[in-house]
Design a protein. Structure first.
Ligand code: ZN
Length: 414
């Protein structure tokens, strides 16, 4: 399995970005307002039709085998859910690959390739012709499709941009110090405070608090609570206001050989009544539209002016998760359930608090990982709780209880 993925990533890998260059960076130069949500998908033995509620930037397709699939990446697309499958197409899945790309995956009954296709005159639907085929290389050449010229995005204008020098993403970020028992047999938990540095995360409309500061305070409270028990070792990906790309965050956990990775964030919603905590684990398909939007928002931390500082997202590994990750995903999901059960007395959760999304920070293939959205910075009561010492202590206690129960259970299973 792994062999196929590696080869595929190589085949699709684009020239790496010139990171050393000075990159324009400004919030004033936002992406052109070209975006469309996937509103409908139909498929049968000879055709795939994807409809959008707006005009997208373009689409590209590729085929995979074992299992046989066709994938479509829609630039400027927002993923919806599902789609109608018929004939050779067994099922249709959608997910937000990154903040600007929706990926649609068609699971096939037998091998097939895209032989051609194009956008409709209004730019709002893409029709692809499908042909079943016998043998073909596990990656067929990528085909690209553009909407009619009048709908194409203008290249972004840089006239308002501010130039800031950006360094390379560091593979060699200094490893943080590990606190707690000196015994390296003790489980190691890596706590990741989201955002930091130039990336504030969500800014609360109530008092202007930055997510990066709120979650750092919570992360430290969790560390202190865990250390008080003396049972586990703890490291923080950051204990100051510094920026790390998402891959560096789980990279730290992997390099330290961590047993558990918990990324801490605070949520935002248009509806100010939304409140409570959510636990996310990794999935190739988001559990709902809101989860897809959250993933798009959190994954954006890596992107400045369209330049992906993480880089790994360029490869195809994103939402199609390798089988080697299944076990890790199961442990992550078990921990998420435990966190909700053990944390319930201290933490107020939303309804259906365990959700799934394609979050880059959860992509370590071998470290069980969850992303904990501690509450909503757009909700008055949640903000008051999350910025108070007592509220942070409560959240920390809930997480610490779950962590201890998790490792106690693992020990018992041995
Ligand atoms: Zn966040």
């Amino acid at each position: 399995m792994n062999f196929h993925w590696t080869n595929m990533a190589d085949a699709l890998h684009k020239a790496s970005m010139p990171f050393a260059a000075i990159i324009a960076s400004s919030l004033l130069t936002l992406n052109p307002a070209i975006a469309g949500s996937v509103s409908r998908i139909d498929s049968n033995d000879s055709q795939i039709i994807v409809s959008f509620d707006g005009v997208v930037e373009g689409a590209s397709t590729f085929s995979l085998m074992g299992p046989d699939r066709i994938a479509i990446d829609v630039k400027g697309g927002i993923a919806g859910r599902g789609g109608r499958a018929m004939g050779i197409v067994k099922s249709v899945r959608q997910g937000q690959y990154d903040s600007n790309t929706a990926r649609i995956v068609f699971d096939l009954d037998r091998p097939a390739v895209i032989t051609g296709g194009g956008f409709s005159a209004d730019g709002k639907s893409l029709t692809l012709s499908l042909k079943s085929s016998g043998a073909y290389p596990f990656i067929t050449s990528r085909k690209s499709f553009l909407p009619p010229a009048q709908f194409r995005a203008e290249p972004p204008k840089n006239s308002y941009s501010v130039k800031v020098p950006l360094g390379k993403p560091q593979d060699t970020v200094t490893l943080p110090k590990i606190s707690g028992p000196k015994n390296s047999n003790r489980p190691l938990v890596v706590i990741d405070a989201g955002h930091g540095g130039h990336d504030p995360g969500t800014v609360s409309p109530h008092g202007g608090k930055y997510e990066k500061n709120v979650v750092l305070a919570i992360a430290k409270a969790v560390r202190d609570q865990l250390l008080a028990s003396g049972r586990v070792r703890v490291a923080l990906t950051r204990d100051t206001d510094k920026f790390l790309v998402l891959e560096e965050r789980y990279g730290i956990a992997r390099r330290l050989d961590a047993d558990l990775f918990i990324s801490i964030h605070a949520d935002a919603a248009g509806n100010e009544a939304a409140s409570g905590a959510t636990v996310y684990t990794l999935s190739e398909v988001a559990s709902d539209r809101e989860a897809a939007k959250l993933a798009a928002r959190e994954n954006r931390a890596n992107i400045i002016n369209g330049i992906n500082l993480g880089g790994a997202n360029q490869e195809v590994s994103s939402i199609l998760i390798d089988l080697t990750q299944r076990e890790t995903l199961n442990v992550s999901a078990d921990f998420a359930k435990l966190l909700i059960r053990e944390g319930e007395r201290a933490i107020k959760f939303r309804t259906n608090p365990h959700r799934f999304a394609s979050l880059v920070v959860l992509k370590a293939p071998d470290t069980p990982s969850v992303l904990f959205e501690s509450g909503y910075l757009t909700n008055k009561d949640d903000v008051a709780l999350l910025i108070s010492r007592s509220g942070q202590g409560k959240v920390a206690r809930g997480i610490a209880n779950a962590v201890e129960a998790h490792f106690a259970r693992k020990l018992a299973q041995r």
